[in-house]
Design a protein around this ligand. Structure first.
Ligand code: NAD
Length: 246
């Protein structure tokens, strides 16, 4: 198979990742759909999108990270855009320090920090090779406003996203000019992950200048804008309906 531009979107069988995969496919990208376990949903989405393949991989496992990139690049022989969307969250009240166990710290760090770094490392050669067509390769990390402000589901989650934000800037500097690296830092997004976060939903309705939480496609739209640029790099875009202004 051959295609013009190819995007790998991790965690793309639900929520934000699915919206990103759908939008990039609509824009003409060949898409690599990925998930940890929902292979049936992934295969169905890839079939629906048409120019798409599905790859299963547990991003907590390094061998799976390496295989995911190899299979993604192998599908069309190139990779232009890597969207590091897969992530996990754990809810722990910030003042309940003993409940934020080392196991929680480790699992969040493994999936939210080490996995995106390792995927960039493994995809670097393909993303750089894509740049010979005149457009830099592109990495977009889905972070969180919890990585910018002292908020979020738990301290380990917020710290993992703060690490991802800093990694975004460090990688932007070290991989330029052949690869651009940016992050989107959403506030509350209506996805399965946040379906029962009633307090946060009320906060966004009442306090956010845009008076609502984001829909997954609001995030996908911004990912698409970042992917369309040839120059923007090292930015962490707050996408919280303006809540950070209040
Ligand atoms: P979601 O649960 O629908 O999606 C998360 C995806 O990550 C799933 O597809 C899941 O399979 C994948 N994933 C988790 N652990 C994995 C692993 N070990 N290996 C492979 N894949 C794994 O949730 P979402 O809300 O769409 O979240 C997507 C991203 O957006 C996450 O990084 C999350 O932290 C971030 N985010 C979400 C919100 C929100 O309000 N929903 C806000 C800010 C940031």
């Amino acid at each position: 198979m051959s295609a013009a531009r190819v995007a790998l979107v991790t965690g793309s069988t639900s929520g934000i990742g699915e919206a990103v995969a759908r939008r990039l496919a609509r824009e003409g990208y060949a898409v690599v759909v990925h998930s940890r376990s929902s292979a049936q949903a992934g295969q169905a989405l890839a079939a629906e999108l048409g120019r798409a393949v599905y790859v299963q991989a547990d991003l907590a496992l390094d061998a799976d990270r390496v295989r995911l990139v190899r299979e993604a690049v192998g599908a069309w022989g190139r990779l232009d855009v890597l969207v590091n969307n897969a992530g996990i969250s754990r809810v722990v009240p910030h003042d309940d320090l003993l409940s934020a166990t080392p196991e929680i710290w480790q699992e969040l760090h493994e999936v939210n920090v080490i996995a995106p770094f390792r995927l960039v490392a493994e995809a670097r050669a393909a993303l750089e090779a894509a740049a010979v067509d005149g457009r830099p390769g592109c990495v977009i990390n889905i972070s969180s406003h919890a990585g910018v402000r002292p908020k979020g589901a738990s301290i380990p989650y917020a710290v993992s996203k703060a690490a991802l934000n800093h990694m975004t800037r460090l990688l932007a500097l070290s991989l330029a000019p052949r690869i651009r690296v940016n992050a989107v830092a959403p506030g509350l997004v209506d996805t399965p992950l946040t379906a029962d976060w009633t307090q946060a939903q009320a906060l966004w309705r009442e306090r956010a200048p845009m008076r609502r939480a984001a829909q997954p496609d609001d995030i996908a739209q911004t990912v698409s804008l970042l992917a369309a640029s040839d120059y923007l790099t090292g930015e962490v875009l707050a996408l919280d309906g303006g809540l950070n202004l209040t």
